[in-house]
Design a protein around this ligand. Sequence first.
Ligand SMILES: NC(=O)c1ccc[n+]([C@@H]2O[C@H](COP(=O)([O-])OP(=O)(O)OC[C@H]3O[C@@H](n4cnc5c(N)ncnc54)[C@H](O)[C@@H]3O)[C@@H](O)[C@H]2O)c1
Length: 296
Amino acid sequence: MKEIKGRTAVVTGAGGGMGRSIALELAAEGANVAVVDIDKAAAEAVAAEIGAKGSRATAHAVDVSDLDAVWGLADEVYAEFGSVEILVNNAGVTLRPFRASWDTSYEDYEWVMKVNFWGVLNGHHVFVPRMRETPGEKHIVNTSSMASLISVAGHSAYSAAKSAVDGLSHAARGELATQGIGVSILHPGPVRTRIVTSERLRSEAERSEARGVKPWSDYVQQPGNPIVEGKAEEPVTDPDVAATPLEYITPNATGRLVVDAIKANKPHILTHPAPVAELQARFDAVLAGAPQPRQD
Ligand SMILES: NC(=O)c1ccc[n+]([C@@H]2O[C@H](COP(=O)([O-])OP(=O)(O)OC[C@H]3O[C@@H](n4cnc5c(N)ncnc54)[C@H](O)[C@@H]3O)[C@@H](O)[C@H]2O)c1
């Protein structure tokens, strides 16, 4: 998509963190932005921030895991702006502490899959048919994680959900290329946001704290792994751009990376330097798993 000015963007999870950065950057490029978040006050604050800079933005309090609510969102956005050319399915949650797959409850898997995968699917299901009918270039960004590219012990529910986002996005990219709609997958590395406190969005009884979940670190120490050890309340002294694949950064630069990727129709967007050795090892292992071809 070459021109973002005058288009309408829907950004979920835009009340903070990377979604906010993406919403601000799209607005700075001249897009109208529908700021969507389960947290009404956060969505309203970001919409007001965009409005104060002279762009059009609306706030929508929506739980992306609720299909009926996403249908309602689409009705509101089409009534307000008339079209949607950019869809950023970004809302997501995570579990803390990290935990072994066998210590992860069925309800943990359900919650993380519902928001991180079904939330993306609901956006896809509701918006794609209408986007197909809109003339001109269009683009979808689905937020996955570096956790779908490399193996992260203690993070199975999240990795499963993000890998499902990758699978949907890869298939959809091939299909939608024929329909004038680009698809990109955003794979953030460690970014200092409120994601580590996601469980605030669950009922008290469901929270890991109340259930006394056994942390993965009880089995294996992972000293120096910032993804495991990072705390949201640490003083924010992070850089905007990372020097290594696992360095914590601010979300400030994410919006620019996403806007550039939309313009270039890039299939993948990383926020960090690529974890080259891990990616190489994964693909080497895939290739090593293949048999020799039959010789006729
Ligand atoms: N921060 C990281 O290190 C990191 C790493 C990899 C991937 N991600 C992914 O990036 C995306 C953005 O996360 P972030 O780090 O900016 O975190 P964040 O918590 O700052 O932002 C996520 C936003 O989503 C909202 N949200 C949560 N559940 C929702 C729901 N059911 N419906 C609608 N909105 C909901 C939250 O209120 C929040 O404003 C997520 O998909 C996350 O999984 C983050």
